[in-house]
Design a protein around this ligand. Structure first.
Ligand code: PEP
Ligand code: MG
Length: 312
């Protein structure tokens, strides 16, 4: 066992030929920091701040938010921390921010940035708490909006961030329209982070909460890989923070598509780090090409694996 542990690569994520791919952790709050650090996360790529707001009749006090955000920033003094603005609604209902009760389909309703736009006080309180938390800490704080659809929404969110003192605004790419027109959104923000869970749900029109549709919720669907590649080629750094980033073979494909960082739940970090370390960027690109020229998710998976010799 000791030998196999020693054989695992440690340190920052990179391909075999040294192309750096920062490996970041998805967290729900300070309680998840220990696992992120133990698995060698280089920072946080998705801080799901909803957990701070769950099971409450009112938003947490500004000081409580600030304390939680500062704990996360202080854990990565040399890294980056990507915080997602509150993503309420649909699969993440919050008691104090109920969507209109007559919505027949909450996943297509008021959620994410749409909800924040209806409650600008909640958004600005969160952004200001983040800006205060970052004072005196050295991590790079990046803040992104969930469920962004077009360049107007991206511009409005970036403006709200800058007004609150946040210097590095970004958007999640999880609505297919945003991926298709990523070039229009890119000039408005500093970075993208692709949320493959929702992007797959919306592109394949398959509710992520319906287990019986799991064959359609597969991020290996070539259509999803096309959408990711549009986002990755739009001219701003583009990470992936959906579950897809934690699949070692798919992580190689994503890097081959031009994705610049990968964020995942902490236990997936060592396997993805090892898969990248065993393949060159050229092999990742070949795997991406093989997957994108496939017609089904199953073919894409097989085609990519066939050109990734280092996978277990
Ligand atoms: C996603 O949609 O892929 C994502 C990372 O966000 P969440 O799963 O929290 O919606
Ligand atoms: Mg999402």
């Amino acid at each position: 066992a000791r030998a196999s542990v020693l054989a695992e690569p440690a340190g920052p994520g990179a391909t075999k030929d040294g192309h750096a791919v920062p490996l970041l952790a998805n967290i729900g709050g300070p309680k998840d920091l220990a696992a992120a650090l133990a698995n060698g996360a280089e920072g946080v790529g998705l801080y799901r701040t909803e957990f701070l707001f769950l099971d409450r009749a009112a938003p947490p006090a500004d000081s409580e938010q600030e304390d939680a955000y500062r704990k996360v920033l202080e854990a990565f003094p040399d890294g980056r921390v990507v915080v997602r603005a509150l993503d309420a609604g649909a699969d993440k209902p919050l008691a104090f921010l109920p969507p209109p009760s007559d919505e027949p389909n909450p996943a297509l309703g008021e959620r994410g940035l749409r909800m924040l736009q209806r409650h600008p006080d909640v958004m600005s309180a969160q952004l200001r708490a983040l800006a205060r938390a970052a004072k005196g800490t050295t991590a790079k704080l990046q803040v992104m909006a969930p469920m962004v659809t077009d360049s107007g929404e991206a511009a409005a969110f970036a403006a709200a961030c800058r007004e609150a003192g946040i210097e590095h605004p970004g958007v999640m790419v999880e609505v297919p329209a945003a991926a298709l027109r990523a070039r229009d959104l890119a000039p408005e923000v500093e970075f993208f982070s692709v949320g493959t869970n929702d992007l797959t749900q919306y592109a394949c029109a398959a509710d992520r909460q319906i287990g019986g549709l799991s064959h359609l919720q597969d991020p290996w669907q070539p259509a999803i890989l096309d959408l990711v590649s549009y986002a990755a080629k739009a001219g701003v750094p583009c990470g992936v923070c959906g579950e897809a980033a934690g699949d070692p073979a798919l992580a190689c494909v994503l890097v081959g598509l031009g994705v610049t960082s990968l964020s995942m739940s902490a236990p997936s970090l060592p396997l993805v780090r090892a898969a990248l370390a065993r393949h060159t960027l050229a092999e990742c690109r070949a795997a991406a090409a093989a997957a994108r020229t496939s017609r089904t998710a199953a073919e894409a998976r097989e085609g990519a694996r066939a050109v990734l010799p280092g996978l277990a």
